[in-house]
Design a protein around this ligand. Structure first.
Ligand code: FUL
Length: 448
């Protein structure tokens, strides 16, 4: 009887195995996979610079400089929701060292300011609002600190670690933790030797499910530019051996494209500001990116398999300005209009190097969205789309990587069907979704 059960068990394992898509390592962790599905979320640069009109505060600003007259993180969240963003990452501490929460490990914080009689706490408000509105929260914490008296000494590494623990414990869980690689001089004129190994161990211990971002991960990498543009091809893979964060990072070109045979799963995140600067400056109110510009960025980031981290900096009141919210709502409308009504939308469960999509009649399209099943690894190196009309190929389009999402746009054409041919792949891939759309002709990506 026991033997029979064992045989049945083994047999069913074989069956399950046979249905599985071949795994090609490295593969994403389940946290990375969930994070990659988020696609788009906001960045909020907020702090003394908002009030001094600087981009990099000196660290000598009096605490009272920070004085938002009407802070409402609920407003940030309502706008994020209306924009279809999945979360908000806030600059809890930028290079000037000012902490937006009453940290026990610094004397340069909201608690030392007159704002709300020293009782204000931006992280508390954002954390509560994100929960209320069903958004995820993330934190940017700059290791470079131009204020902290311990910066430039080994003790500062303990300060930074204590701050990380403090924010995780009091305001987490966070979907992402953002380490800026910048490493300038502090108040004593010295640069800090960051203890990245300890920083990383700390995060893994106190927040094992949080995606840790830096130029080389461990979980998500910088895309190599601050324009919000991923490379094409774009691999979710990166070799990090021999590299370090900041000045010792791989070239920006490598970060932009990833490594085709990279040993680690470290997908790119595209950070970009909706304005020229990262912090709010009134004189940039008329330089806010238009919905169409944001849509183009979406195609060049999410449409190339990355996440888009779009900075929308609150103003001196502590509110998102009307220029920015209007652009965000317009951007959402363009995405809804473009992707709301697919001409076709098909799911697949079997791996293949050939996918045929029949439109059943002549239809006009100018956009195709492909999703590669990346849970089993990123495999596709190159592919061709063949557009068919009356059983003849009328046009062809070549592409490189697909990854979690690949959006292709092209001048519209009338076709009856199209074929996706995988030309080069690490293993037989699964395209688990293929969709086609007719979007506004003006939104079709222009050649670089
Ligand atoms: C950079 C910083 O120096 C900028 O001020 C900004 O925060 C950007 C997102 O990262 O390294």
């Amino acid at each position: 009887m026991k033997n029979l059960i064992a045989i049945i068990f083994l047999f069913s394992c074989c069956l399950i195995q046979a249905q599985k898509v071949a795994v090609n390592k490295p593969v994403p962790s389940k946290q990375q996979l969930a994070w990659q599905k988020m696609d788009f979320y906001l960045f909020a640069h907020f702090g003394p610079n908002t009030f001094t009109d600087l981009e990099w505060g000196k660290g000598t600003e009096p605490e009272d400089v920070f004085n938002p007259t009407n802070l409402d993180c609920g407003q940030w969240c309502r706008i994020a929701k209306a924009a279809g963003a999945k979360g908000i990452i806030i600059t809890a501490k930028h290079h000037d060292g000012f902490c937006l929460w009453p940290s026990k490990y610094s004397t340069h914080t909201v608690a030392q300011s007159k704002w709300r009689n020293g009782k204000g706490d931006v992280l508390r408000e954002l954390s509560d609002s994100c929960k209320k509105y069903g958004l995820k929260m993330g934190v940017y914490l700059s290791p470079w600190d131009r204020n902290h008296p311990k910066y430039g000494t080994p003790e500062y590494n303990d300060v930074f670690i204590n701050m990380m623990k403090e924010v995780v414990k009091n305001y987490g869980p966070f979907f992402e933790f953002w380490w800026d690689g910048a490493n300038g001089e502090g108040p004593n004129g010295k640069k800090q030797v960051y203890d990245w190994n300890r920083f990383e161990k700390t995060m893994r211990t106190v927040a094992p499910n949080t995606i840790v971002f830096s130029d080389i991960g461990p979980d998500a990498r910088w895309v190599g530019n601050e324009n919000g543009i991923a490379g094409d091809p774009n691999w979710d893979l990166l070799d990090t051996a021999g590299f370090s964060r900041g000045a010792g990072a791989p070239s920006t070109d490598t970060l932009n494209h990833g490594n085709v045979n990279g040993k680690n799963w470290i997908p790119a995140e595209c950070d970009v500001s909706i304005r020229p600067g990262w912090f709010y400056h009134k004189e940039e109110d008329d330089k806010v990116k238009t919905p169409e510009q944001l849509f183009t960025l979406y195609l060049k980031s999410v449409g190339r398999g990355s996440n888009l981290l779009l900075n929308v900096p609150p103003d001196k009141e502590g509110l998102i300005d009307a220029h920015d919210s209007a652009a965000l709502v317009g951007f959402k409308k363009l995405r809804d209009e473009s992707f709301g009504r697919p001409v076709t939308n098909k799911k697949f469960t079997a791996a293949s190097t050939l996918y045929k999509i029949d439109l059943h009649q002549s239809q006009k399209i100018n956009c195709i969205v492909l999703n590669e099943d990346i849970a089993s690894g990123q495999k596709i190196k190159s592919f061709t789309v063949q557009f068919m009309s009356d059983n003849k190929i009328v046009n062809e389009l070549n592409g490189n990587t697909v990854g979690k999402k690949r959006i292709l746009t092209f001048p519209s054409m009338n076709i009856n069907s199209f074929i996706i041919k995988i030309n080069e792949s690490k293993a037989t891939p699964l395209l688990d979704n293929i969709a086609a759309y007719l979007i506004d002709e003006d939104l079709v990506e222009k050649p670089n």
